[in-house]
Design a protein around this ligand. Sequence first.
Ligand code: BES
Ligand code: ZN
Length: 593
Amino acid sequence: MELKDPASYTDLAQGKIKHINFRIVVDFSTRMLEIEANYQMQEPVHGSLYLDSFKIDLKQARMNGLELEWEFDARDDILGERLHLKGLDGDSTFTLMFHASPEARALQWLNAAQTAGGKSPFLYSQCQAIHARSIFPCQDTPSVRFTYSAEVEVPQGLIAVMAAEQVEVRDGTGHGYATLFRFKMPQPIPSYLFALAVGNLVFREFGPRTGIYAEPEIIEAAAWEFAENEIKMNEAEKLLGPYLWGRYDLLVLPPSFPYGGMENPRLTFLTPTSILGTRGQTSLITHELAHAWTGNLVTNATWQDFWLNEGWTTYAESRITEVLEGKDVEDLRAAFSEKQLIAVMERIGMDSPHTCLKLPGDEKDADSFTTIIPYYKGCFFLKECEYAVGRKRFDAFIQKYMASFQFQSLTTEAFLDFLKAELPEVFEKVNVHKWVYEPGLPEEWHRPKSHLYDEVQEVLHDYEQGMRPAQQQVQDWHRFQNFSFLQGWPEKIPTEDCQYFEDILELEKRNDAGYYSFFYATCIASGYEAVLPRVEQFMGEIGRMLYILPIVRAMIEADWSRGYIRPLFEQVRGRHHQITVYAIEGLLKRAGL
Ligand code: BES
Ligand code: ZN
């Protein structure tokens, strides 16, 4: 099948990468990775091979001991450089020697002061969506899968982890008393699931298949927060089938990590803002764990099909949450999600093609069109499919879907073909075309109903009539009731109410950055200028984009704060991952700032 991924230079007609053998030296002093990579193709290649790369400093390309001719022959700000290997003569292996740039977009190099311990430097990668190419030249499209092995050399005292199986640790060998870690990833993965981190890490085991890595200063808290992961895995397997990746561990990163979590295989990367001391945000793990099936096992073929990853994962997350936390909680989360979904659709325009599940085909900047729409709209669509045939049949369908497409990448169209073959009644009862290919939301669907959510709406209604709630009314609320309350506030409120709500919701005591994301956005819109130093601190510390981008948007929108945002950003940009810097820069540029 002819498949074009607008986010990659890959030409599938040239062949596909099958396996890569890496030798990586991590150099904190130059902030570079020195890499020798040996590539094996599925089949012999004749003539040219195009690989994606981004600021890669290529030193040498060899095949069979001979120099291979190469050239960076196309350039683009987003796609990076096309590496054109020339004159391949029916060979299927070649070796590249190169450096990943200190400006590699996937990598964040942190100095010791930016870590919990404050004593050792830290490095981590974030390859989704199209940043693997800044670490190594590759066919950086989710439609190509490869296995790999890696040897990683790090300064003595530091620990290297990868989203792969650790096979050996050798201390004190190599040059300069380095430690050598060896890994293998025997299951084929798309490039965006390649992941590496290095730092002062310790490990705690939860159960036979699960554990957690974190800096020693936070390992206790982290291990307590997620101690129930083994149970979670068992629930996930009931819904989705056997877990095929071996272990499932977590890695807690420094707070600048741009996402809540990243589903790197065998090793989910995690924001420390998920450690609340209450086990109140473990649905984040449910989500990343579900990706081990929906995303990692069955993968979107292009970023236009991103809803296949995130919509399916959000659906699985909701099913598992229903079992682990009860239907009331899941209904509440669904009602909140619907509100969020509509708010985002209204912001970008109800008739914008970016509100379709299948995204417009001419977009190459896969990160910049990431919104929550494929998550929630995708999830609600799959729930409609479930309602159409009943849970029992839909559950059988899920298992068959996973088993039929495991370790494959598929397009929305291939998915719909499968759905039609397996569950034709869905197409009679659900307007599939409208859900998938048309913007906004259909008029009629099973919208979420939640009495816990309605309770909050009553309090909000009273507030709009001039009645502020008393602390007793809100003190026992579920985390998602608090979210629904913060989300439902009028756009602007009196500044003394900002203070009042912060008190009665006990935001400070709860120390949940998610609340502060909503709270600060409303404070800013309300002209509560005294909050600015705290916003500055928040923006300097926390990288999770879901939390900080709404604050940036609020600061751009309000007249009083607009002049502050650019200087504030310049002050904190050095502390953030380049993905975050790029996203904020994009918002500011679009606002002419
Ligand atoms: N895979 C995503 C993160 C991602 C999306 C990285 C797009 C790069 C491009 C991850 O599974 C995710 O969705 N994380 C969410 C948390 C989730 C519970 C909604 C996040 O980061 O907030
Ligand atoms: Zn996800």
